[in-house]
Design a protein around this ligand. Sequence first.
Ligand SMILES: Nc1ncnc2c1ncn2[C@@H]1O[C@H](COP(=O)(O)OP(=O)(O)O)[C@@H](O)[C@H]1O
Ligand SMILES: [Mg+2]
Length: 372
Amino acid sequence: MILTESKSKLKIKSLKLKNFRNYDLLNLNFDEEANIFYGDNAQGKTNILEAAYFSGTTKSHRGAKDKELIRFGNDESHIETVVEKKGISYQIDLHIKKNAPKGIAINKLPIRKASELFGIINFVFFSPEDLNIIKNGPAERRRFIDLELSQLDKIYLSNLTNYNRIVNQRNHLLKDINTENKKIITDTLEIWEMQLVQYGDKLIDRRKKFVEDMNRIISSVHKKLTGNKEEIQIIYEPSNGNFTLDQAIKKNRERDLRIKSTSVGPHRDDICIMSGDLDIRKFGSQGQQRTAALSLKLAEIELVKRTIHDTPILLLDDVLSELDKHRQNYLLDSINDIQTLITCTGVEDFVNHRFSINKVFHVQNGQVAKEN
Ligand SMILES: Nc1ncnc2c1ncn2[C@@H]1O[C@H](COP(=O)(O)OP(=O)(O)O)[C@@H](O)[C@H]1O
Ligand SMILES: [Mg+2]
């Protein structure tokens, strides 16, 4: 592993919000290690992490629409962050508008495509929902891979955007077909299918490589978490099974015409999490599923480190209270070289831990007060 000097590691230095969620105005400066935001429910803790994540990815981690981020009763919201990467500062400005596309600027120069932001910041978001990723359906597991690869690999992001567009087009055609236009629509379908396979194969290859890289990391993490008791392995499960994507698309066309939707392709794939011979998704205990989910998240952090040769910024949203002491300590130990923004309801969790809290903020009804 390549460790960068803490002086030059990736960090978010400040965050300014205007009319974002329940914040009228907010101006925060962060420590380069641990930053704790505590307060009661519904005060605005997650909103801070959401704003930070949005400034790096132009997406809400909870899948919210841009409009929903604008403070009720306003037409525009502004997020300004200053980040430092390899010793260089970047100011990122995002203007979210009610009735127009968002505006993005890097160092005050407007950029046209969100993907130009790519590669400046890497965030890993960890929320209590992530602890259910093994238990929940395949959509969440795909989202996990897609969100991470979209941050790590610009080509993946572009292939994914194209692929999703093509699946949508194909589904529209499947819905439009009737006896009169059948011939012409079937010909058009074929053209879309060629492209679907072209992009789909690329996504599958990249995801398989991601799974391979994760496997190289996750087993040692999982062994440590389970006191050497349990193994773990991730297996990519394509919806096309043993067929090539091309074969499977053709084979399923009649069925797709009937159900008016595309039934195979990366948008239907899954990952299987095995412990020895046990499929943890289906047969793991709740505890096993949550431990595996924690391993997955920790392996993700390590994979990002190895890929970007820097440390990502960790956004830890209310996760500590979900874990027992042993897992809490393990998590806190594993992230002590990373800049972290942590939310929690109280600071008691940290009292007995050698993890040093550098900055503590109290969040109350859209106001943030610094406590040390
Ligand atoms: N667009 C919005 N405008 C104003 N307030 C909002 C908006 N979206 C969410 N909120 C408010 O933000 C609060 C929830 O913030 P959140 O950060 O999720 O809380 P928590 O502190 O529990 O993490 C709620 O009070 C909610 O009403
Ligand atoms: Mg919250």
